[in-house]
Design a protein around this ligand. Structure first.
Ligand SMILES: *Cc1c(COP(=O)(O)O)cnc(C)c1O
Length: 445
């Protein structure tokens, strides 16, 4: 801890040497993906046309740990890992809470979110087996820019299908992807059969993540030496993200803190899983009794109001069926600002942990998350992504509960990304809170 107990840093050597795989530690086995036609379990070989071999092996691995090769560890160092853990002392003071609030900085890399943690790994393993191109989809562009950065780093080509509305309305991440050498097509596009069919029916389709996934899958199956890459939901993606939680546990331990509760936002579940799974593993072995709180938007309440059942991962019904908390694959998410949380389901492993009562879920409305994000920006001085505002809102609510009970709880949340390219939403929605925050500012002096 340095400089008035505000920031915990790790050395480069502390960067994890393995990923943590939660599958063998789950209280019950993860229900397998099913073939939609036969409802029989799908073997890993069925994924061979889509994913690199090593990724398929990791997806079903029952090894408690998977190694991070040295060349990949160097790439993590260049991305800024290990990332710092901050203590939100100014936010604590503003709230008047006895709780100690910590946040893990996943915004401090060249693209500004946790997503490169898996993008760089997927690009590395694809490169190692001679894959030439990765195809993917992106909504607002967080995932697309993480993959473009990573394919560029390891000398691969990259094709991104970007949801048409975002392509037109959010040009900056599109430019970032171009800069890193990716080709970016507005989806639906004329590059795939599926896209052409949709464009014939409606030349002005705004697109959707479901459509873009279908196009990226088609590009992988039909393209030369091309594989597909997914940014959340699947086991291997969540496993790559566990570098976050392993570092966090080391950092808290180095200052003799034990987390009472860990909080993260959930879209598909990758940053929440990466942050909490290593600690959940310890809780399952009786070494911690931390609570885990997943936060989602009230308008897309898959965890708090969805059903735990088999459903498609995409709208076009191209993926296998996965058992998860879902609102139904036909659910049309409203156009909230937190684009990364607009998913009808949640990762099967996160869903299982919720079903087993090991994690909890809470939902908040958009305005209250923006107010939390603005309060954070004005106290801690960092602009959060709209998705991250959900984790902040969850942490603030817990800190206020600790205040009412006068308990010095240790609350840790994952700061999944910065909002420097998306803060028009926050800025337009929180003007009314200006006076109350000004009062708070005075109280801090
Ligand atoms: C994509 C994204 C999310 C949500 O995705 P998960 O897979 O649930 O982590 C959260 N925060 C940020 C900043 C994102 O870019």
């Amino acid at each position: 801890m340095e400089n008035g107990a505000m920031r915990v840093l790790l050395d480069t050597e502390d960067l994890p040497r393995t990923y943590y795989n939660i599958l063998p530690d789950l209280p019950v086995p993860l229900p397998p993906p099913l073939n939609p036609a036969t409802r029989e379990p799908i073997g890993p070989e069925a994924l061979a046309p889509i994913f690199p071999k090593e990724i398929i092996r990791q997806e079903v691995s029952q090894n408690p740990r998977e190694p991070i090769p040295e060349e990949l560890r160097s790439a993590y160092v260049r991305l800024g890992r290990p990332t710092p853990l901050y203590r939100a002392t100014r936010l604590e003071k503003f709230l008047g809470t006895p709780a100690r609030i910590y946040y893990k900085r996943e915004d401090l890399n060249p693209v500004g979110s946790h997503k490169p943690n898996t993008a760089i790994a997927q690009a590395y393993f694809a490169m190692r087996e001679g894959v030439e191109r990765l195809s993917t989809e992106t909504g607002a562009g967080q995932w697309g820019s993480a993959l473009a950065y990573s394919t560029n780093y390891f000398g691969l080509k990259c094709t991104v299908f970007m949801v048409r509305v975002s392509y037109d309305q959010k040009p900056y991440r599109k430019h970032l992807m171009h800069l890193f050498g990716a080709e970016v097509f507005p989806s639906p596009s004329d590059r795939t059969n599926y896209g052409r069919k949709l464009l014939e029916n409606n030349g002005h389709s705004p697109g959707s993540l479901g459509i873009a996934i279908s196009e990226a899958l088609e590009a992988a199956v039909t393209g030369t030496n091309t594989k597909y890459s997914l940014g959340s939901v699947l086991n291997h993606v969540l496993m790559h993200q566990t570098v976050i939680g392993q570092e966090t546990l080391l950092q808290l331990r180095s200052i003799d803190e034990t987390p009472d509760v860990m909080v993260g936002s959930v879209g598909g579940g990758s940053n929440f899983a990466g942050f909490t799974f290593p600690a959940i593993g310890e809780r399952m072995k009786g070494k911690l009794d931390t609570r885990f709180v997943a936060v989602e938007p009230e308008t897309i309440p898959s965890l708090t109001r969805g059903k735990y059942e088999y459903d498609f991962g995409d709208t076009a019904e191209m993926t296998p069926l996965m058992k998860m908390y879902t609102l139904g694959h036909a659910f049309m998410p409203p156009a909230i600002h937190a684009g990364g949380l607009r998913y009808h389901g949640a990762a099967p492993s996160v869903s299982l942990l919720l079903h087993e009562g090991i994690i909890e879920a809470r939902a908040f409305d958009q305005l209250s998350t923006f107010e939390a994000g603005a309060m954070f920006a004005r106290t801690e001085g960092i602009v959060p992504a709209p998705e991250t505002c959900h984790a902040i809102k969850g942490a603030i609510e817990l800190a206020l509960e600790a205040k009412r009970q006068n308990e010095p709880k240790v609350i840790a949340f994952n700061f999944s990304g910065h909002g420097l390219l998306d803060f028009s939403g926050i800025a337009s929605k929180i003007q009314s809170s200006e006076t109350s925050t000004a009062r708070g500012r005075n109280r801090m002096n």
